[in-house]
Design a protein around this ligand. Structure first.
Ligand code: AMP
Length: 188
């Protein structure tokens, strides 16, 4: 895995809910992921918000002494309040630029539970990996909690069996059930 353009070490791009969801366990999982990332000297790249699961994750990374880089589209949405204490706040003009900046600064990706934005980002990142647009192989790991990603994982198998995804591309997106497995996938 190559060095990220930001700082020296590796960076994980995390996609996750801008809302809290109904399961406190998701926030506990976000905190667990944050601790493991900091222990592995892996920086966070994310959408820059201080709300929802995103906020929990960034807070936990910073509290553990880690690096959190937020990428925010300037003035696009009044609802998007950037996190106030990030290591680095990258301001971009629009959503496309945001995703490109997040992809460039990440060595791999992880999705925690979230909504439309989370799904959109993880699939675009996976598509770029499939097309070789990232410049290096950047896998997407779905970190599960309570089977949140099970249905999607089954559907991805269907994409292969129906002939729309090549079997060798299926592994670009994988579901794991522990934080340790997220880090293990990134070390492969
Ligand atoms: P969602 O899953 O719909 O809550 O969207 C979350 C994902 O989309 C995050 O990974 C962000 O990069 C982006 N996003 C969507 N809404 C916001 C928001 N209000 N503030 C910051 N990022 C957001």
């Amino acid at each position: 895995m190559h060095d990220s353009p930001v700082g020296g070490g590796r960076h994980l791009g995390v996609f996750c809910g801008s809302r809290d969801g109904n399961d406190d366990g998701v926030h506990a999982l976000a905190r667990e992921l944050a601790s493991a990332m900091v222990a592995a000297d892996m920086g966070l790249v994310y959408g820059g918000a201080g709300i929802g699961v995103m906020g929990t994750l960034a807070d936990a990374v910073l509290e553990a002494g880690g690096t959190a880089v937020g990428v925010v589209p300037v003035g696009l949405f009044s609802s998007e309040v950037p996190h106030g204490y990030l290591t680095e706040l990258v301001e971009v003009p629009d959503m496309q630029a945001r995703k490109r900046a997040m992809y460039e600064r990440s060595d791999a990706f992880c999705a925690l539970p979230g909504g439309f934005g989370t799904l959109e980002e993880l699939f675009e990142a996976a598509t770029w990996t499939q097309l070789g647009l990232h410049g290096s192989h950047k896998p997407v790991v779905l970190l599960d909690r309570n089977g949140f990603w099970s249905g999607l994982d089954e559907f991805l198998d269907r994409l292969v069996s129906d002939g729309f995804v090549r079997p060798e591309s299926r592994g670009i997106v994988s579901r794991v059930t522990s934080v340790a497995e997220v880090l293990a996938v990134l070390d492969r």
